[in-house]
Design a protein around this ligand. Structure first.
Ligand code: SF4
Length: 280
């Protein structure tokens, strides 16, 4: 049985929510650089340069890359041979989020009730998805998810006869409808399969697909490449100013589903990609 100290877990979560909000990853900077290089539209190139400069200033001053510091979302793979010494894992996550948002001066963006809309004042609760795995590993993927892009996401219960073209058309419709609202260049996470609640989770997971072990599949790779090409031809461009760079990436994840169903969900992330994987 592997022991992890409760207070160590709290500290790692605290530090991680601050880091993902204030420090752009090397991958994000490289996406800005590639897009700047690739973009012909002068105004859009300038927008991309400003986005990159903003991210680098955030890192230098340890201030948030964007004022919407998001909902804290966690994917946890919890080994059966893990023991949290001194407390319960969810309490450690709550405390880490509370401390991180407080001490990192991150905006508190959660209301206690969607109708009364009173701010909880500490960005709690986070959203936590847990999966039990065998062994001594504790893997945690943490995301800070802004509302501007989340609000532009969509889910459709399609039928098998809609086929691959139906899926692609739904993704295109969703991104066209979103236009500049999700702060492009966006990442598009597409979930296909499972059921109503499962497909939404799959689309969220697709946004951080690079942090999960997935089996490469030729058909999925072809759908991703085709969608990326078509979405980048829409001329939405960085922050909606037109140009070649509407989408940084498209990631598709699939799961088995009922013979009569083909659920599809599209979860959109803005240009501020804020996530990391923690391995204990
Ligand atoms: S969508 Fe992203 S970049 Fe736009 S306001 Fe929200 S967090 Fe910021």
């Amino acid at each position: 049985m592997k022991k992890i100290k409760f207070e160590d877990l709290v500290k790692v979560i605290r530090d991680s929510v601050i880091e993902i909000n204030c420090v752009p990853s090397p991958e994000l900077i490289s996406k800005y650089n590639q897009s700047i290089e690739n973009e012909d539209n002068i105004l859009s190139k300038q927008v991309l340069l400003s986005l990159k400069e903003n991210a680098l200033i955030a890192k230098e001053r340890m201030i948030p890359i964007c004022q919407d510091t998001g909902t804290a979302v966690f994917f946890i793979e919890y080994g059966t041979e893990i023991n949290i010494d001194g407390g319960f894992i969810y309490d450690a996550i709550y405390e880490g989020v509370r401390l991180g948002y407080q001490e990192g001066y991150l905006r508190k963006s959660i209301v206690d009730n969607p109708l009364n809309r009173k701010n909880t004042g500490n960005n709690l609760p986070p959203i936590i998805h847990t999966k039990l795995i065998e062994g001594e590993n504790l893997n945690i993927v943490v995301l800070a998810k802004g509302a501007g892009s989340e609000n532009m996401s969509s889910l459709k219960m399609m039928t098998p006869s809609d086929g691959i073209e139906g899926i692609k058309n739904f993704v295109l419709e969703t991104v066209v409808k979103a236009g500049p609202n999700p702060c492009p260049p966006i990442t598009v996470g597409v979930g296909v399969g499972s059921n109503f609640e499962g497909v939404a989770l799959l689309a969220k997971k697709a946004l951080v697909k690079d942090l999960f072990e997935t089996v490469e599949d030729d058909l999925i790779m072809e759908i991703e490449a085709d969608l990326k090409m078509k979405l980048n031809e829409l001329n939405i461009g960085p922050q909606g100013f037109g140009g070649k760079t509407s989408v940084f990436d498209v990631a598709v994840m699939m799961e088995p589903c009922h013979i009569a169903s083909m659920p599809v969900a599209v979860n959109i992330n803005c240009h501020v990609i804020r996530h990391k994987k923690i391995i204990f």
